[in-house]
Every structure is written in structure tokens, then in C-alpha cells.
Design a protein around this ligand. Structure first.
Ligand SMILES: [Zn+2]
Length: 124
């Protein structure tokens, strides 16, 4: 029985012994008082391997927690869309595939109506 308790000279025993001690020079620097700064100005202090973290949302300003609607627009997508929309409105209805198709359909129905009127006149 005492032979089993002694450390086994097998691979698994070696792995178990090595896993208990930390390897040197492979771990990043740990900052116990790292700060997370939000765009709203809220600052959190946490332990991290990154000393200074900047975020756009936190529990202080996230719509889920505040109950208020907020647009998070980091790449100006809303602004770009609004500019595009304004440009389209400036151009008017003269352009666009859908508008052209609708115009053509309207002209076609108008033509048909005049044709049927002419046919009715001819019959009378
Ligand atoms: Zn925030």
C-alpha cells in the first residue's frame, strides 16, 4: 500500500506536479486597480491585465438599465443614412428604378383607357 502513495514516475504524475506551479515569464502584468472608462463618464475599477479600458456603454447608460432609447453610433451610420436620405429627397422622384416602373405602368393604363374610349366612340 505504501508503494502506491509514493509519487509515480509516470507521465500523468509529472503533469500533475507541473500544473500546480505557475510558469515564469509567460503571464501578463496584472493590474489590480485597472480602470474602465465609459463614454458617458462613468468609471469602474477592476482587476485586469489591461490598465486602462475605454468602452461606449456601461450599466450606467445602457438602454436596458436606463429604460431610455439611445442610439449608439460609432461609425456614423445614422448620420450617413440621414445624409443619403436628404440627398434622395433633394433629387426628387425623377430617378429610381421603382419610380420609373410606376410611371411606365401609369402611362400604359392611361393609354389603354383612351384606346377603349376611342373604340366606344367608333362603335356608337
Ligand atoms: Zn456609460
Amino acid at each position: 500500500m505504501s508503494r502506491l502513495v509514493a509519487s509515480p514516475p509516470c507521465f500523468l504524475g509529472k503533469v500533475l506536479l507541473e500544473s500546480r506551479s505557475m510558469k515564469t515569464d509567460i503571464h501578463p502584468t496584472y493590474y489590480p486597480n485597472a480602470t474602465i472608462t465609459c463614454a458617458c463618464g462613468h468609471v469602474l475599477t477592476v482587476g485586469s491585465t489591461i490598465e486602462d479600458i475605454h468602452v461606449e456603454l456601461c450599466t450606467n447608460c445602457h438602454p436596458f438599465y436606463t429604460g431610455k432609447q439611445k442610439l449608439v453610433d460609432t461609425s456614423r451610420r445614422v448620420e450617413k443614412f440621414q445624409a443619403r436620405k436628404a440627398a434622395m429627397e433633394k433629387l426628387g422622384d425623377a430617378t429610381g428604378k421603382r419610380v420609373k416602373r410606376e410611371k411606365r405602368a401609369a402611362a400604359k393604363t392611361e393609354k389603354k383607357a383612351t384606346k377603349t374610349k376611342k373604340m366606344a366612340k367608333a362603335d356608337a
